[in-house]
Write a new protein. Sequence first.
Length: 346
Amino acid sequence: MNNDTKYNDLQIFSTIYGNLSSMGCAASQETDPLSTASRIIDKKLQQERKELEKETAVKLLLLGTGESGKSTLLKQMKIIHGLGFTNDEMIMYRSAIWLNLLTCYQNLTIAMDNLKIPYGFVPPDPKDLEAMELPEEPDINPPSSQQDDSNGPRDSSLDRPPIIKHDKLARYAALQYENLGGKAQVGEVPDAARMMKTSDLLVSSMFSFSNGEPFPADRVAGLDAIWNDSGIQYCFQRAAEFQLIESCAFLMQHRHRICGLGYKPTEEDILSARIMTTSVSETRFRIKDVIYRVFDVGGQKSQRKKWAPLFEDVDAIIFVVAISSYNQVCFEAKDTNRSKFLILYV
């Protein structure tokens, strides 16, 4: 085989491996083409490694208790730095917002019975209330059905949330609740409320909404009747005494748009959406020459065992605390104030 034949063979090989000859790597008689290709691949890998080393990466860890706003902060980062949301994410948030809205109605109607507030309740004039003689304070708030599973010492002051005040107005509402029949109240609003308490409605509605169908007009009328009820509004004023997402008022204000045909979530809607975080997610975005890797994890007590592995090589921790949690109860233990829970268990 002469040199011309060898050179032609090498040209064919170079074409397969990325045109080696054009990169100045034509083989001599003493050079094996496979070895040459291997060296070029190694060189490319080294160049890529050097380029990666030039980029500064910062690992951020978002921590905090449940419903403190970690995922909301991450969504704000994505919006500010231009990542936006994919079509699949928009569909997910669309369903989540609708479920949030129905859950708000359900939690409010359940709280009406737990707090013993009658539908149509109108608080009396403060002077008239002061002059009333009411029976001894009833047991308005039933004990929590969830037990604290911690092994640490328990503060006896946490047995009842300090924000629950069984004041005279609450006692008057409870008395009216019993006089009007309690859970057996009848009328348009109580009937609509009983419908909202059934989980079957939430499930069937979610399937319809996922398929792009609007909320039935008669159901929307029922939602309007519930939210406009004076008893529900008084119950909403006592929202710190039970579980209710922060965006409840926003969702109620925009309920007709959310329940309408062709609803597409806005950025404000997405920021208001509540989806419990039960896994570890990583989001990357670039600011100038710095890549930020942000890790979001669940804040509920059952999720905190997932925190430990993420502390390795972390550059900064953003610990999120909701300023509204000072007078709210915990998801894990409904008889525990969130701020004290934070101090005891974080």
